[in-house]
Design a binder for this molecule. Structure first.
Ligand SMILES: [Fe+2]
Ligand SMILES: [Fe+2]
Length: 182
C-alpha cells in the first residue's frame, strides 16, 4: 500500500461522517431543532480525526515530501488550493463551535445560521475529498521512488500511534445508528 491508500481509507470515514451530517440536517429541518451534542461530536471528529490525524498526514508527510520535488505548476497550484481548503475548513469549524454555544445557551434564533454553516461544511468537505482523490493523489505518486513510498507509509503508521484515532470509527458507527432510528 502507498500513503494515498491510507489517506483514501480516511476519506471514506470522513464521507460517512458527512452523510451523518446530511441526515442530521434533514431531521433538523423537519423537527425545527438540532441536537447540540451531535454538533459537538462532529466538531471533535473534524478537529481530531479530519484535521489532526488526516490533514496532519497530508500536510506533514505527503505535501511536505512533494514540496521537496520538482513538481509541475499544475500540481503546485492544486497543492496550494488544498492547503487553503484546510484553513477554510478550520475556520468553518470554529464558526460552528461559536454558533453552537450560542444556540446551546438558548439563542434559538441561531438555528438557521447554524444549519447553514453546518451544510456549507458538509458540501465543502465532500468537494475537497473529491479534488484530492480525483486530481491530486494518484498523479503525484509518480514523483516518488519505491523506497520513498515505503518511508511515507511507515511514517503514517508511526503517526497513528501518537493518538487513539480508532475511537472515531466507533463514533461514526454510533451516530449512523442513532440517526437511523430518529
Ligand atoms: Fe485535505
Ligand atoms: Fe484528505
Amino acid at each position: 500500500m502507498m500513503i494515498i491508500g491510507q489517506l483514501m481509507i480516511e476519506h471514506r470515514l470522513i464521507e460517512r461522517m458527512v452523510k451523518v451530517v446530511d441526515k442530521a440536517l434533514e431531521n433538523a429541518g423537519r423537527e425545527g431543532s438540532l441536537n447540540p451534542l451531535d454538533i459537538e461530536a462532529f466538531v471533535d471528529f473534524m478537529r481530531f480525526y479530519a484535521d489532526k490525524c488526516h490533514h496532519g498526514k497530508e500536510e506533514g508527510l505527503l505535501f511536505k515530501e512533494l514540496a521537496k520535488k520538482d513538481i509541475s505548476r499544475e500540481h503546485k497550484k492544486i497543492m496550494g488550493d488544498l492547503i487553503s481548503d484546510h484553513f477554510y475548513g478550520r475556520s468553518l469549524v470554529d464558526r460552528l463551535v461559536s454558533l453552537n454555544s450560542e444556540y446551546k445557551a438558548g439563542e434559538k434564533g441561531k438555528l438557521t445560521e447554524l444549519i447553514s454553516v453546518f451544510s456549507k461544511l458538509a458540501v465543502f468537505y465532500s468537494a475537497h475529498i473529491q479534488k484530492e482523490d480525483k486530481t491530486f493523489f494518484i498523479p503525484t505518486m509518480n514523483y516518488f521512488e519505491h523506497k520513498e513510498h515505503s518511508a511515507m507509509l511507515e511514517a503514517c503508521k508511526v503517526f497513528d500511534l501518537t493518538s487513539d484515532f480508532s475511537k472515531y470509527q466507533k463514533m461514526v458507527l454510533s451516530l449512523e445508528a442513532a440517526l437511523k432510528t430518529r
